[in-house]
Design a binder for this molecule. Sequence first.
Ligand code: ZN
Length: 525
Amino acid sequence: MSASDTKERIIIFDTTLRDGEQSPGASLSIAEKLEIAQQLAVLGVDIIEAGFPVSSPTQFEATRQVAEQVTGPTIAGLARANKEDIEAAARAVEPAKKKRIHTFIATSPIHMEHKLHKTSEEVLKMAVEAVAFAKTFTDDVEFSPEDACRSEMPFLIEILTACIEAGATTLNIPDTVGYILPYEYGLMIRQLSSDVPGIDKCIISTHCHNDLGMAVANSLAGVRNGARQVECAVNGMGERAGNAALEEIVMAIHTRPNFLIEEDYTKVLTTNINTKQIHRTSQLVSQLTGFVIQPNKAIVGANAFAHEAGVHVDGILKEKSTYEIMTPETIGLSGSRMVLGRHTGRHGFTDRCEHLGFKLTENELERAYQRFLEVADKKKEVFDEDIAAIINDEIRIVEQIYKLEYLHVVSGTGTLPTASVKIKIKGEIKQAAACGDGPVDAAYEAIRVATGLSPKLESYSIRAVTGGKEALGEATVKIKDDGRIFIGRGVSTDIIEASAKAYIDAINRMVSTKKGQQPELKAGL
Ligand SMILES: [Zn+2]
């Protein structure tokens, strides 16, 4: 970048809490959404799409609380092109200092005919009325023609023109089904930016799905051809194969700022993102959703900065840039790791929590500190990852209807694995013992007997939070009940205990989701 370069900013629109939360099994509690939203504000996203308020009372409340409590970013609520949806979105985002209503309707022949049962004239009229109605609540109105990439270009131009006249300020071009290729998407954005009257006064946005693995490439092709807002989600979460990964978009712009503007290398692109918060944000989203990050995931995977090949390692030791296009420090992985131990005082621990970005109440801090001391007793060195795991485990956000009081497991070669548990249920202690195929199986069977519940175990995984034989183990389980999936997590230096806690956590989530409650309506955008 030279002094003569002019900067053009790309608006980062984060949809982790809306599209990302639509990933099967990723439902978050209101408190968890708030925690993620606070971190997104620290990360520096421009817009947080907090939810689809009309879809359920919980979605409404979550969006409303984000609008009330999170400052900095614009808070957006999603709405289909009808009055009820728009009113719900408007009421939910109303407390925010900067608010946006994002309304959408499908414009592809296949969606208009088979899903909406409407003609293109009717769709156009609904879109215009929706934008005009949204405009009565806020100036900041975004319109999305759903399934834009399979829509006919003349109709797309017509509906976008009409929506601009009705007051839309951002026009989003979603590749709802993840079908388009980068070259085509770039051409499409370029044609719209030249052929839609008035579009030069609006922001063109991308919203690309990853069904063919093109979400990030398509979004950047859009940027190269004039889009100035990118919709994306942390860790690439989203419907099916997911949405464009926020961290990949941001680091591509950060690493190649000169090369994303067509034929003009004097301009550089930039974002408002504090890249040093990327790693932490990614970890938080992974922990709260239970979606484990694949090790080879770009930017945030555990191996993203691990060089194994001897010739590479040799090169890096001589000169970092031989094989490293970004430094781990840029995304907040500190080169020198901070280590705490049992002699770390309350003050040092509090400092570290603040440095890691956790905002804890006095009470939460005290609980986390006590738990830290227990862990530090067993494990000599406590790393940042351990602290994050402890806090996320200890500051449980779901109500603990069932609480593990005691667990004893006997297993070994030649013995039948047996477990006994005590579980506190509303002040009352229930005991049970059971045997199983292995120690975890025995513990789970004992929990089922004690609670009288038997949700189907869909998946189980355990990982070490850091290296070493004393590492904290983090168990993640998915259980299924009534067709719905619930994720639970548990952390301990004892992996059987971590597994039992994860199972009970999932059960608590299942029980606290009121029985008979209808599954939320999912927006197809
Ligand atoms: Zn989407």
